[in-house]
Design a protein around this ligand. Structure first.
Ligand code: LLP
Length: 400
């Protein structure tokens, strides 16, 4: 049982709390599932880029999947070895490519033919050989929310099989490119194994045909996307996941890489917010809390479901919307949930808040980013202090 009351007293609310032991157990479960093969789990930093979270996973042996040079720098700062860092994303800047090459990270994931040329130019400028991987878009429906589905040709991600093959041949013939990896990622919050297996088959076939062209792929990156339990979803078992991937790789000597974000950190996180007021508008009951959409936007943005719990109250249950102080009707955490009567300063805990919650937060309404704390072996420590008003205006105040 986590003592949210004591923690909130110490650090105030709103607040994010991450259970580091849970993160470790998720990492170990996944790593174990892949035990029969060489594997590298590259944590998708975008899910939660707090330096202490990255360090925690790095200490366990994880590498990092980064989508900006900022994330690459976070990973390095947190102590993750450069040879375990990969850099993905559809729109990398020349400067980012240059810096990533200088930092000698494991590989850069290419998402277009045009990008291959940019990487070649930067590698030539540095007079080195850039290790690259190509993101293949297998055109398979991942069966998840359309906003987080990425593996169809209608999505902007990756290249089709023919383009990928052409790019590999170009890379092989370039003095400045070294094609070492292949990559696919078909979406996030995946709960169906079949589309992943099917994608892996398609991509493994491409690896075989590349072999015939004397292009030897060493890293087989299956992306991220493993779903978690927000609302009693049927989940993909890590063991079944690994077995499905293995079954597509017969005859191939590759290191399996994966890029989980949500799976590692999602259910380790709790957003703790305080009740300010209750009010009734017509028939509608609202519970107004001190956290808002700028702190945790998933319900507003995706209509995502997060379990909520009002601590220490059981009486007078009725339907309520839990809403924040931001001036938008979309500022809500839950709608029409059964909630006991609440009182000023009661605590509400929003569950599954470890992934894509703090990282997607903003200063909208000039609300400072909230504090983050880690819970590990029963001990709590601050891992990001609450942003102050001064922090928020520091880049503007000199221009008045
Ligand atoms: N690899 C690539 C190339 C990705 O684009 C992503 C996520 C991941 C790995 C990690 O996926 P995960 O294992 O966390 O599912 N903001 C949305 C999720 C966006 C996911 C973007 N890409 C949300 O709140 O649900």
């Amino acid at each position: 049982m986590i003592d949210f009351k004591a923690i909130s007293k110490q650090y105030n609310t709103p607040l994010y709390l991450y259970d580091f032991n849970h993160i470790a157990s998720q990492y170990t479960t996944l790593k174990e599932a892949f035990r029969a093969r060489k594997s590298l789990i590259c944590y998708a930093v975008k899910a939660n880029s707090n330096l202490s979270v990255i360090k925690h996973l790095g200490d366990l042996g994880a590498g990092c999947d980064c989508v900006s040079i900022g994330e690459v720098k976070r990973a390095l700062l947190a102590g993750v070895a450069n040879y375990k860092i990969i850099f993905s994303g559809v729109g990398k800047l020349d400067e980012e490519i240059y810096e990533a090459l200088q930092k000698d990270i494991l590989m850069i994931n290419l998402e277009s033919e045009a990008e291959l040329e940019r990487v070649e130019i930067q590698a030539q400028a540095l007079n080195l050989q850039a290790r690259i991987s190509i993101r293949v878009n297998p055109n398979i429906d991942p069966m998840t929310h359309p906003y987080i589905s990425t593996g169809l040709h209608e999505n902007k991600f990756g290249v089709d099989l023919d383009t990928a093959k052409r790019m590999y041949i170009k890379a092989k013939n370039s003095a400045f490119l070294d094609p070492v990896g292949i990559h696919f990622h078909i979406g996030s919050q995946l709960t169906e194994l079949a589309p992943i297996k099917e994608s892996s088959e398609v991509v493994a076939d491409l690896v075989r045909s590349l072999k015939a062209l004397d292009i030897n792929i060493k890293f087989f990156d299956i992306g991220g996307g493993l779903g978690i339990d927000y609302d009693d979803e049927t989940l993909i078992e890590p063991y079944q996941y690994a077995q499905a991937i293995f079954s597509t790789l017969t005859g191939l000597d590759v290191t399996i890489m994966c890029e989980p974000g949500r799976f590692l950190v999602g259910n380790s996180g709790y957003f703790v917010t305080k009740v300010l007021y209750e009010k009734i508008n017509g028939d509608k009951r609202f519970v107004i809390v001190d956290g808002a959409m700028n702190d945790l936007i998933r319900p507003s943005l995706y209509n995502a479901f997060h379990r909520v719990e009002l601590l220490d109250r059981k009486e007078h249950i009725s339907k309520a919307d839990i809403v924040g102080p931001v001036c938008e009707s979309g500022d809500f955490f839950a709608k029409d949930v059964d909630l006991p009567a609440s009182y000023h300063d009661d605590l509400i805990v929003i569950k599954s808040a470890g992934a894509y919650c703090f990282t997607m937060s903003s200063n909208y309404n000039t609300r400072g980013k909230v504090a983050e704390v880690a819970l590990e072996d029963g001990k709590v420590r601050l891992i990001r202090k609450r942003e102050t008003f001064e922090d928020m205006i520091k880049n503007e105040k000199d221009y008045l």
